[in-house]
Design a protein around this ligand. Structure first.
Ligand SMILES: *[C@@H]1O[C@H](CO)[C@@H](O)[C@H](O)[C@H]1NC(C)=O
Ligand SMILES: *[C@@H]1O[C@H](CO)[C@@H](O)[C@H](O)[C@H]1NC(C)=O
Ligand SMILES: *[C@@H]1O[C@H](CO)[C@@H](O)[C@H](O)[C@H]1NC(C)=O
Ligand SMILES: *[C@@H]1O[C@H](CO)[C@@H](O)[C@H](O)[C@H]1NC(C)=O
Ligand SMILES: [Cu+2]
Length: 247
């Protein structure tokens, strides 16, 4: 075999290996560097699921909190889900493009947040998160595979700025069965402690509440553990603010 044919074979193989990475039609996701320090949003599932199933008792509980990453680079997700259906998992979850309307219809949230037009087929390669849909959280970081499920992950591609094509704040979260059926969905609200105290006004079942509302779940939490939880989720400053509100 001539060197040139070996090189040709090598080049062809390399080419097809690279071709297997699917990227967005508009390229790879952009690393976001201008997220406002301290900005945070949070949301929780409503009382009733969108799709009821015999394997589900009430609705999925928990929250998704998103905050600006260190130095304003990307975002940190703090995720907790419990009371999941007893079958039909593992459960994917994503940031969807549109907010949940007042009627709670999860179908109306559209598709995944996908400014670079990657699409969800074929499934994204989590080794290269920049090639995934910005909103494909479980594609990049894993599906909900236990109950309770708790995870935190840093994502460089989410924006906390309204108006950015990768903005998370005015979107929704959808939790699915493995077969893609939408179980529940919810919007984000500003994750300031005043919005997540039990006294926050509610306009109905669809209004998401912040992480501290998880104290209403059946999961037993001591006051101290709950305080720690709040402190971890809101940071020291937010916690001080909450204390101020309580006093
Ligand atoms: C996107 O990222 C992948 C993985 O790093 C890389 O192979 C590919 O060349 C990148 N595509 C573009 C258009 O930048
Ligand atoms: C999807 O999975 C759930 C849970 O197993 C089941 O209740 C539902 O009927 C399935 N939906 C479809 C369209 O297959
Ligand atoms: C939800 O909205 C979709 C279209 O967005 C519609 O086809 C469907 O009938 C609605 N479902 C309910 C339960 O209202
Ligand atoms: C999204 O916004 C970023 C930052 O402004 C920009 O670099 C990128 O090209 C935009 N992407 C698309 C698909 O419009
Ligand atoms: Cu989804």
């Amino acid at each position: 075999m001539h060197i040139s044919s070996i090189l040709t074979v090598f080049t062809v193989c390399l080419g097809s290996a690279l071709a297997q990475i699917t990227t967005g039609e508009k390229g790879n996701a952009t690393v976001i560097t201008d997220n406002p320090i301290g900005k945070q949003v949070s949301g929780s599932p409503p009382e009733k699921p969108f799709t009821a199933a015999s394997s589900l008792d009430g609705n999925v509980e928990g929250y998704v909190t998103v905050k600006s990453g260190p130095g304003g680079i990307g975002v940190d997700y703090i995720v907790k889900f419990s009371n999941l259906p007893r079958e039909g998992g593992p459960f994917p979850f994503h940031i969807h493009e549109k907010k949940v309307p007042d009627d709670g219809n999860c179908t109306s949230t559209g598709g995944h947040l996908d400014p670079f037009q990657r699409g969800d087929d074929p499934a994204c390669d989590s080794d290269y998160p920049q090639t995934c849909e910005v909103g494909d959280i479980s594609g990049k970081y894993g599906k909900i595979d236990k109950d309770p499920y708790e995870a935190t992950f840093h994502d460089e591609f989410g924006s906390m700025n309204l108006g950015s094509n990768a903005s998370i704040v005015d979107r929704s979260v959808v939790v699915h069965f493995a077969n893609k059926t939408r179980i529940t969905c919810f919007n984000f609200v500003d994750g300031t402690p005043s919005n997540s105290t039990p006294t926050a006004t509610s306009t109905g079942g669809m209004t998401p509440t912040g992480p501290s509302s998880t104290s209403t779940t059946t999961v037993p939490v001591t006051a101290a553990a709950n305080a720690l939880n709040i402190a971890q989720n809101f940071g020291a400053a937010g916690f001080a603010g909450l204390l101020y509100l309580l006093l």
